[in-house]
Every structure is written in C-alpha cells, then in structure tokens.
Design a protein around this ligand. Structure first.
Ligand SMILES: Cc1ncc(COP(=O)(O)O)c(C=O)c1O
Length: 362
C-alpha cells in the first residue's frame, strides 16, 4: 500500500512567545516581565481554597456561581457573562464565532499579541492601525475600515504601551465606527486606573450590542496561573459563545479562587495603592537617568531609552545578570524600549538599587 501523508492546514502566524521567567544559572529571579499581581494571592483566596472539597468531579460547565458573583459586583446581567480559561480563551472564541477567511480585523500595531494570533489562525486578515506617539489613534483605526472589517480589538489601558484612551475618545470611536463592526474592549488593567478622564469598557458600553468586553483574574486579582477570565456582550453573542465553549473550561479551583478574590476588597484597594505609590517612585528613578516613561496608568511602565546613556538591550542584559527579568518589546516592533511590571516592595527596591548601580558604572 502507498503511504500517504496526513494533511493539515498551513498555519502562517508567529506564535506567542511569553516573557522569560527563568535565567540560566540563577536559582531565584525577580520576574517583572508579564504584568502579574505585585502582591501575589490574597489571604482570603488562600483560606477559601481549603473549602474546595472534591476534585474528582467535573466543575460546573457554566460557572454559574462565579457569573452570579460577577453580576452582583459589577452590576451587570448574568446572561451576558461568559467565563473562560483566561480572557485569552474568550478572544479565541470571539474569533471563531465572528471571523471567516475573507474578513478583516483591525488591531493597533502595538497591541496584545493574541488578537492578531487568534484572528490569523481562523484565516482573517489582520490590519494594523498606527499609534500616535504610542497612543491608539481613533482616526487611524477609522481610516483602516473597509467593507470587510468585522472586528476592532483594543485594550484600554493598552499593553504594551501603557497609554489609554479617555472615556470621551472611546465613545467617539464607537459612534464613528460602522454599527455592524464589533468593538472588543479589553479591560485587563482597568482596576489600576486612577485617571479621572478614564472609564472602563464595561462602565461605558454595558448595554451596547456591538461592543464586547474582556476582563481577567490574571492581573490585580493575582490568579494568572489559574487561568480565569470573562467576557461581557449581548445575550445573543454570549449564547452563541456558550455553544462553542469547551464544556469544562474553568476549573473548580479557578472558579472558587476567582469568587473569593472578587470579595476581597481590602486586597484590591491595597494593590491599587501599592501600584500607584511604586509606579511613581520607579518612574521618578528611571527619569533621573533620562529614561522616560508614560504617565502612570496600569501596573507596568514603558521605558524609553532614546535619551539614555545605555541602550534598552544593554540595560536588560545588565538586569538579567542581577536576576531581574523585564520584557523586551522587539516582538512588537518597538525599538530601544522595555516594559517593566511593578513588583512587590522588596523587588522594587532591588530594581532601583540595581538601576543606580548600573548607571554608576557608565
Ligand atoms: C491586554 C491583555 N489582555 C489579556 C491578557 C491575558 O489575560 P489572561 O491571563 O486572562 O488570558 C493580557 C495578559 O498579559 C493582556 O495584557
């Protein structure tokens, strides 16, 4: 018999490369490369996990208890919430549901990579809008719209630039965008936002059928490794997503932890205060060495080395010699800049000490 090869689709995308979390020959590292929670897991979540009970049965496939708690906390409709294995999985399902080969998706050039990756996997064409000084440009997004545009994805505040669109700007975008284009607003870092002219996607567009909101438990709630996120959209969209959702995509541990973390207001308030305090301190310290950053908004800073005595690449290598990992932005096509996550107090102090010692030797 002639051996025939099994054939599969050619996948022409660059896969996601997570930020490094290890350094060769270093037992302990300080990881400031993935915008995770500075304060780890709240005590309430740790305590709550002792009530987990049996793990030998499948979890609730519809995450009903978590969706009920989310609807209470954020004053939104239970039927319009879908939970996922991270917001990542929700992005994937949105692409599966909305996109076909001939469709176009607009994403800002410097935006979270999974929007372009999942759009590319289902065969849609990804069109990049240009930023204006690292801020998303509404005019440029609108310029890229064609008859084929199906979705516009954006994160607000944006990763990796840490800039944001004001509430007025977001409303303006929705008003000027054709009504049959889905606007997906990723609120991943919204809890950190103290800026008065900002409003989250959920606050602004709860009742809009052509806006879909993404939220995650991986950032301020400290559950990155448990993989829990949620999406909010019209009843019709959520019902359709429920049909394509893997049946047990949120684990029992993930669901319970997410519920406990939502109830821990003290921990969230503490995390917000910690973030603002340290982001200001770290920003000022970097600026002392002519490394400028954006206005503080999320739990990370974009460090610009254009006026610094050392290049971003050299600085990153020097940090790694001391066991500190930050994110290079070359994958986004952003040159001579680094992204640093705000860590816990000890990590931040060590970062600042290392920064000073690096510059004392140049
Ligand atoms: C803007 C944005 N959206 C979504 C995610 C992924 O979140 P999750 O862990 O819920 O998949 C990230 C993670 O870095 C992010 O920066």
């Amino acid at each position: 018999m002639i051996m025939q090869k099994v054939i599969f689709r050619k996948i022409r995308i660059k896969s996601y490369k997570p930020g490094r979390s290890v350094i060769l020959n270093k037992k302990k590292v300080i990881k400031l490369s993935a915008n995770e929670s500075a304060l780890g897991l709240s005590r309430r979540v740790k305590k709550g996990l002792s009530k987990i009970g049996s793990l030998s049965k499948y979890p609730d496939s519809k995450s009903k208890t978590l969706r009920t708690e989310i609807s209470k906390k954020f004053r939104c409709n239970f039927d319009q919430i879908i939970c996922g294995s991270g917001s990542d999985e929700i992005i994937q399902m949105i692409c599966q549901l909305f996109l076909r080969k001939s469709d176009e998706v607009i994403v800002p050039k410097f935006s979270f990579l999974m929007y372009r990756i999942y759009s590319g996997i289902v065969g849609a064409k990804v069109i990049y809008s240009k930023e204006n000084n690292y801020k998303i440009s509404i005019d440029n997004i609108l310029k890229k719209v064609t008859k084929k545009t199906k979705i516009v994805f954006l994160a607000n505040p944006n990763n990796p630039t840490a800039t944001y669109l004001t509430a007025l700007e977001l409303k303006d975008l929705r008003r000027r965008l054709r009504s049959n284009i889905l606007l997906v607003i990723d609120d991943a870092y919204q809890e950190y936002m103290m800026n008065k002219d900002y409003k989250s996607g959920l606050e602004l567009f709860k009742n809009k059928n052509n806006v879909f909101i993404l939220r995650t438990f991986s950032k301020i709630y400290g559950l990155a490794s448990l993989r829990v996120g949620w999406g909010y959209g019209s009843k019709e969209i959520v019902q359709a997503l429920m049909k394509i959702k893997p049946p047990f995509n949120v684990t029992k541990i993930g669901e319970l932890s997410a519920i406990e973390s939502l109830k821990d207001k003290k921990f969230i308030d503490k995390s917000i205060k910690h973030n603002k305090k340290w982001a200001d301190i770290i920003k000022a310290n970097f600026e002392n060495f002519n490394i400028n950053t954006n206005e503080v908004s999320a739990n990370f800073l974009l460090l610009n080395f254009d006026k610094s005595k050392i290049s971003a690449k050299k600085f990153k290598n020097k940090l790694e010699e001391k066991g500190i990992i930050v994110r290079s932005l070359e994958v986004y096509g952003i040159k001579n800049k680094l992204r640093v996550t705000i860590g816990n107090s000890k990590e931040n102090k060590f970062l600042i000490k290392t920064l000073k010692s690096i510059f004392s030797n140049v």
